[in-house]
Design a protein around this ligand. Structure first.
Ligand SMILES: Nc1ncnc2c1ncn2[C@@H]1O[C@H](COP(=O)(O)OP(=O)(O)OP(=O)(O)O)[C@@H](O)[C@H]1O
Ligand SMILES: [Mg+2]
Length: 149
């Protein structure tokens, strides 16, 4: 794993706090970047992504890619790919789906359940590890040193 260059911990008492964090990161992150969204079912990974995309100017629906594995979004400054790998059994399925070439692009990738993609995924530039339930959500952020491809 690459070196951690910065760590942060944010308490998310309500969805407004999640929206504020998502908006901040949407302004901060520049492509190419890969963001790992980690944490249990229902912890807020898709909710975070929805606010992130809203902040980037997406006005249409933001569906969870639970069944499609991937939802692409076209923005003026490039593509954003939202993955949810929960349902894959083997990272090889991602290769078969032709997703590998997406990682050669200068794009932003937000990946729920990155553990399921194992070595197939590019390393994270930022990892968000969500935890908690009901009104006590929180998230640990870690930024990683970017290593030249
Ligand atoms: N502080 C909070 N931040 C984000 N979501 C919250 C918060 N408090 C409550 N919620 C609710 O928690 C739920 C989070 O669901 P979401 O689909 O985002 O989870 P997920 O992590 O993507 O789950 P999955 O692993 O199944 O894809 C939503 O119903 C949301 O309204
Ligand atoms: Mg989700």
């Amino acid at each position: 794993m690459n070196n951690v260059v910065r760590e942060e911990h944010v308490v998310l008492p309500d969805e407004l706090a999640t929206q504020a964090l998502a908006s901040r990161l949407a302004a901060e992150l520049r492509a190419p970047a890969t963001v790992y969204l980690m944490g249990d079912l229902g912890v807020g990974k898709t909710t975070f992504t929805r606010y992130f995309l809203r902040a980037r100017g997406i006005t249409g629906p933001v569906k969870s890619p639970t069944y499609t594995l991937l939802e692409p979004y076209e923005l003026d400054d490039g593509m954003v790919y939202h993955f949810d790998l929960y349902r894959i059994n083997d990272p090889w399925e991602l290769e078969l789906a032709g997703f590998a070439e997406l990682f050669d692009e200068v794009s932003l990738r937000l990946v729920e359940w990155p553990e399921r993609g194992a070595d197939w995924l590019p390393p994270a530039d930022l990892e968000l590890r969500f935890s908690g339930a009901e009104s006590a959500r929180e998230v640990a952020l870690r930024w990683f040193e970017r290593v030249a491809p």
